[in-house]
Design a protein around this ligand. Structure first.
Ligand code: SF4
Length: 455
């Protein structure tokens, strides 16, 4: 453990928003740690509090403002960063005491603001033993961010305004980070970006040397390299791809899933199925053959789990469009579905579209969609009863009155925080988070599986 000297200032962090924001928080904390700061788990012990905000939906903005307010009243010395940094005036008007406001990914500016608010003690060398990077996610899984920003202009989204055009990280830097994470105990890598299938487009898929090989900044090369990583125990970490659009080159990663190099899981935000709604949404890769592609993917890799999200009540969505979506979902048989009622986001082009759907209709469509997707999910999970599946352990419980210990984990079809769980009974006391165990599935409900470790 590092020795904390009395002069070492402490930083508190409140991280809101999506997994991408969490990765930003981790980077900021890693940098501050290297500069000699210690972390505080509560407001009282912190010399300064960083609030990493989310400003995507109006409801997220409210949550961010509430978090800033709480940090001000509990501590008083607050720096705001993240997506809401682009609304500095609004924040200042509400909380004039905020010390500094920086935008998303402005790591240098945040670090500088912290230096000003709580000058670092004796520099980066006060720690006697170096520590691994600071991670806010549990040690056994890590988000790996491969790019920032987005080149699309979906009409309901302001991310390109907030975060700018696509900027891909160098492939060698991404792979080095992945290697370091796996060496430090990560058993599952979650690849994230705004558009994972577009990785490297902005830099002409520029190749870089990595371990003597030329590797392109391209999703397929990235997937191949990540699939070749090994933990210190010689195990292959799970590698999950998020935010993939169904461009034709996505077909190339499905055989890697069938061969076990990648976790058979694709997170594809389809958002809708009706051609007229997709057109109004200005969605990328809006092509009609998705159902056929899904069928082919399942033929190549029968265990592939496809997760997606959908928006209901988009302006102009008719009952016919919605019925089309339900019919499409029935055919697509997606494993995991998240749904949102359309909510206008300040600054989004969709707000200007005619045909606003009344709230009551949105609500009714949302319930119908959830009912259908819950039924499909329940059927798909019921089909897993009796199978033996690899499960990564997230948490091991305490013994109950009879001395039995339960554990919570996830199958390969479950990403952390957004999908379901596998609940295990009677696990050995020595079981550790991050271990992968073969699990007999004995029961299923709409979202989760239940079972025990195969003998
Ligand atoms: S692809 Fe569309 S929804 Fe996704 S970040 Fe880009 S503009 Fe937003």
């Amino acid at each position: 453990m590092a020795t904390r000297l009395p002069s070492q200032p402490k930083v508190g962090m409140v991280s809101l928003g999506c997994p991408k924001a969490l990765v930003d928080s981790e980077r900021i904390l890693t940098r501050l740690r290297a500069d000699g700061y210690a972390m505080s788990a509560d407001y009282q012990g912190a010399d300064v509090v960083l609030v990493n905000t989310c400003g995507f939906l109006d409801s997220a903005k409210e949550e961010s403002l509430a978090a800033i307010g709480e940090a001000i009243s509990e501590n008083g010395r607050v720096i705001v960063t993240g997506c809401m940094g682009s609304e500095a005036e609004l924040i200042r008007a509400k909380f004039p005491a905020v010390l500094a406001i920086t935008g998303a990914h402005q790591y240098e500016a945040v670090v500088e603001a912290v230096h000003e608010a709580a000058p670092p003690g004796q520099g980066p060398f006060i720690d006697l033993v170096p520590q691994p990077d600071i991670k806010l996610t549990p040690r056994h899984y890590s988000y790996l961010k491969i790019s920032e920003g987005c080149n699309h202009s979906c009409s309901f989204c302001i991310i390109p305004q907030l975060r700018g055009k696509l900027v891909s990280r160098r492939i060698d830097a991404v792979l080095r980070e992945a290697e370091k994470l796996v060496a430090a105990g990560t058993r599952e890598l979650l690849v994230i970006s705004q558009d994972t299938s577009a990785y490297g487009v902005d830099i002409g898929h520029e190749p870089r040397e990595f371990h003597g090989r030329q590797v392109r900044a391209h999703m397929t090369d990235l997937a191949l390299e990540l699939g070749g990583l090994r933990t210190p125990e010689g195990e292959q970490p799970w590698v999950r791809l998020h935010y993939v659009y169904p461009y034709p080159h996505v077909d190339a990663v499905i055989p890697l899933m069938a061969d076990g190099l990648l976790t058979p899981y694709l997170d594809i935000p389809f958002q809708h199925a009706s051609p007229s709604v997709l057109k109004a949404m200005k969605r990328p890769a809006n092509e009609a053959k998705v159902l056929e592609r899904l069928r082919q993917w399942r033929e190549i890799c029968p265990d592939i789990a496809v997760r997606s999200s959908f928006v209901v009540g988009f302006p102009g969505e008719t009952e016919q469009d919605f019925a089309y979506l339900l019919g499409w979902l029935e055919e697509a048989q997606l494993d995991r579905v998240g749904a949102f009622r359309f909510e206008p986001v300040e600054g989004a082009a969709a707000n200007m579209l005619a045909g606003a759907v009344p709230e009551a209709v949105k609500e009714e469509r949302y319930s119908r969609l959830m009912e259908l997707t819950a039924r499909i999910s329940a059927e798909k999970l019921a089909a897993k009863v009796g199978r033996v599946l690899p499960v990564i352990i997230d948490e091991v419980g305490e013994p109950d009155g009879d001395g039995d210990i339960g554990a919570t984990g996830r199958s390969q079809a479950d990403a952390p925080e957004i999908d379901g769980n596998v609940f295990l009974r009677n696990v050995p006391a020595a079981l550790q988070p991050g271990q992968v165990v073969n699990t007999c599935v004995e029961q299923a409900d709409e979202h989760d599986l239940f079972g025990y470790i195969a003998g």
